[in-house]
Design a protein around this ligand. Structure first.
Ligand SMILES: Cc1ncc(COP(=O)(O)O)c(C=O)c1O
Length: 398
């Protein structure tokens, strides 16, 4: 028989370029978090690791501002925590209201459908938040068992205001509330218990500045009761919370091997949040991203969202007429080593998406980005006023 040759591939040592990460995520990781990731492993059932799990849960409760017992890091990226929420809370035939004002509402709809449910839309244009009257109308018409919304829409830079009002409406109509807090946890004001959110999920690589891999999830007693009362088993093994209870609950017995280094990283990232203080961290994001916003406006650019729903962690800036957004993004990356991103879907070519998240959310980054952006725009024939931009940003961040 013919023998196949398998030559050993020659691959150079790992040397990715140095970047400043100011896109929609991941954000720059704090050196302390990188160091935590290189800590030697211990077993995922070692009593010392169980103590670490408890600490991560406690730190997560602080970050979410919740007393929910069921607060855990789900193994996987933000979408895993998202799918854990939907797949456990949605039963076949359930009606679930999801938003249509950005990309992640679409992902919610697709997860609802995969769980056998039916998604109905609360409509709002991309770039705008949901309106409480529209939420009320959809809930009154369809009586969904769940109302889900995106607190910080990464695809459009819109923050959902009036969350307590939306949760009140949902509860009046007998619906549980799921919140996507991927781009808000640890960067933007979020109060899970005070705002009446029943389940919330997030990711590590945004305002927590942690490598993706272990993703926060929290559920209150009402949500857990709904899961316990399911008439059909969850259509997932890996994300079935009734099985995960064996590991994260009192038993601490094996379900799957925890991503130990990611749990270490998340613990350190959350320690940084708690050292800074949640309120101070929200204020820093507003201040530094406020500098970025003042800077781009002084350079002659316009923000996409109204100030009433501006999202500090993800700044959507309109692309001026005649400017090729892709080329600007490419110049920033290749010439300055700064990553920003563009829009997609209905906003493709129409916005720049500039992240100001966690460890990336620093005045020095904003002051490095603005001249680089002005340079790239000049090359496209747009006369951005670099000096005014930098001066306005510096003043706003003082
Ligand atoms: C609002 C929102 N939800 C969900 C996700 C999914 O997270 P991940 O890409 O980590 O799976 C993202 C990721 O960008 C997001 O921005």
């Amino acid at each position: 028989m013919h023998e196949h040759r398998f030559d050993a591939p020659e691959v150079a040592p790992l040397e990715p370029p140095t970047r400043v990460l100011m896109g929609p995520g991941p954000s720059d990781v704090h050196p302390r978090v990188l160091k935590a990731m290189s800590t030697p492993l211990i077993g995922h059932l070692d009593p010392a690791f169980v103590a670490i799990m408890n600490e991560v849960q406690e730190l997560l409760r602080y970050g979410f501002r919740t007393r929910n017992r069921w607060t855990i890091p789900v193994s996987g990226t933000g979408s895993a925590a998202m799918e854990a929420a939907f797949t456990n809370l949605v039963e076949p035939g359930d009606c679930v209201a999801v938003p249509s004002n950005g990309y992640f509402g679409d992902r919610m709809a697709s997860m609802v459908e995969k769980a056998g449910g039916r998604a109905v839309r609360v409509k709002a244009p991309w770039g705008q938040p949901l309106d409480s009257a529209e939420v009320e109308a959809v809930l009154a018409k369809h009586s969904p068992v769940i109302f889900a919304f995106v607190h910080a829409e990464t695809s459009t830079g819109a923050l959902q205001p009036d969350v307590p009002e939306l949760t009140r409406i949902a509860h009046e109509h007998g619906a549980l509330v799921i919140a996507d807090t991927v781009t808000s946890l640890g960067g933007v004001e979020l109060r899970v218990d005070e705002w009446g959110i029943d389940a919330a999920y997030s990711g590590g690589q945004k305002c927590l500045s942690c490598p993706p891999g272990a993703s926060p999830l929290t559920l209150n007693e009402r949500a857990m009761e709904r899961i316990a009362a399911r008439s059909e088993p969850v259509r997932s093994w890996y994300l079935d919370l009734s099985l995960l209870q064996s590991y994260w609950g009192d038993d601490r017995s094996y379900h799957h091997t925890a991503p130990i280094s990611n749990v270490y990283a998340l613990r350190e990232a959350l320690r940084l949040v708690s050292e800074e203080g949640l309120e101070d961290r929200w204020a820093r994001h507003r201040k530094v991203a406020g500098g970025l916003k003042a800077g781009v406006v002084a350079m002659g650019l316009e923000m996409l969202p109204d100030d009433a729903w501006w999202l500090p962690s993800l700044n959507a800036v309109r692309v001026p007429d005649g400017v090729d957004a892709k080329r600007v993004i490419q110049i920033l990356l290749s010439r300055y080593g700064i990553e920003i991103s563009g829009g997609f879907g209905p906003l493709a070519g129409r916005i720049f998406r500039i992240g100001c998240m966690g460890h990336s959310c620093r005045p020095s980054n904003v002051l490095a980005l603005l001249p680089a952006l002005a340079d790239a725009l000049h090359e496209q024939g747009f006369a951005a006023d670099m000096k005014d931009g930098v001066a306005a940003a510096a003043e706003a961040m003082e």
